[in-house]
Design a protein around this ligand. Structure first.
Ligand code: ATP
Length: 319
């Protein structure tokens, strides 16, 4: 490849800018011409494409969101839309593209690959729901934000002998709830991957309070239930006041952690090097510290393995 493009797609995540910077700077370092597509696949269809230089990605490594903006684009789901996108790249001589996004964005990348554009996917999503990588860009920052919020809630909860239900993001993947719950010493972690029994949870909470516990934190992934419903059920069974906090989009904002910036830098550079090697239709990831490229088809047709050992550990330590 001689000319490559980069775009961000789907939900944004902290560290996407660091990944864009890495793709642009690594591409230029290797003597490529690098272009940016604005607003994901929508920009590809609308021909919103501009050439980047070293300075175009200055002062962004520390910023949340994505300077390229993101979009959900229905038109790109159709073969006509995909063809138009590929044509817009080709007319500029762009023969490679790096797509930073979640699994939907990966499906789009796969379509481009089939149309002859060399494509690489980089997992950018706070949910950590992409298989064949230990971690996705934005996850570390999102978990830090949740842990920080729970620290603050703890202070006020223990002053009033209350329990706190914290609803976090994760529709199909409970990783944010699991990692943040373990890191903040939550009593209960509810995730979509593991069924739970509210009677049992309420009974354990009642026992703990009767034995001198002064606060209780339940972290629930949105895919495992609504915070409001769980708090209502706890109050009905235990008469312990349960306050709900829904963290929502706060989890997607703010400066990326150093871990996310380093991950994004590694994956961005790796994706460019893979394109230069002539590789296509792959998702870039990191497994046990090693950079790996896995077939996108395999990635989108697999489910992320839930870390049951970590879940059991959190359970053992929360007695
Ligand atoms: P998140 O995990 O944050 O939801 P995502 O990348 O999964 O991110 P989606 O909205 O599912 O977000 O996908 C982003 C875009 O990718 C869609 O708006 C669409 O343009 C494109 N896309 C999704 N699925 C396909 C598909 N099967 N074929 C072609 N393009 C697709």
């Amino acid at each position: 490849v001689k000319k490559i493009a980069v775009l961000t797609s789907g939900g944004d995540s902290q560290g996407m800018n660091a990944a864009v910077r890495a793709v642009v700077r690594s591409g230029l370092y290797h003597g490529l011409e690098v272009f940016a597509v604005q607003r994901g696949y929508a920009g590809l269809i609308n021909d919103d494409i501009r050439e980047m230089d070293l300075r175009s990605v200055g002062d962004i490594i520390q910023r949340g969101g994505t300077i390229l903006q993101s979009a959900r684009c229905k038109e790109f789901m159709s073969p006509e839309g995909q063809q138009l996108g590929a044509d817009n790249l080709r007319k500029r001589g762009i023969d490679g593209i790096v797509v930073i996004g979640g699994d939907g964005s990966y499906q789009g990348a796969n379509k481009l690959s089939k149309l002859g554009i060399k494509t690489m996917g980089i997992p950018g999503t706070i949910d950590n729901d992409i298989p064949f990588t230990d971690i996705t860009i934005g996850f570390d920052t999102a978990v830090s934000i949740v842990v920080d919020a729970i620290n603050k809630l703890r202070d006020t909860m223990s002053s009033h002998e209350r329990s706190s239900v914290v609803e976090v993001m994760g529709r199909h993947c409970g990783d944010i709830a699991l990692y943040a719950g373990l890191a903040s010493g939550a009593e209960t972690i509810l995730v979509p991957e593991v069924p739970y029994d509210l009677n049992e949870i309420a009974a354990r909470m009642a026992t703990n309070f009767s034995q001198g516990k002064r606060h209780s934190i339940i972290v629930v992934a949105e895919g495992a239930g609504k915070g409001e419903d769980i708090a209502a059920e706890i109050m009905r069974r235990n008469s312990i006041e349960a306050r709900v906090t829904v963290l929502g989009h706060i989890q997607r904002g703010g400066a990326p952690t150093h871990n996310d910036r380093i991950l994004a830098s590694n994956l961005g550079d790796f994706a460019v090097r893979k394109l230069i090697e002539g590789d296509s239709g792959k998702s870039c990831g990191i497994i046990k510290g090693e950079l790996v490229a896995t077939d996108i088809n395999t990635v989108v047709n697999s489910k992320k393995q839930f870390n049951m050992e970590l879940y059991e550990l959190a359970k053992r330590l929360s007695q």
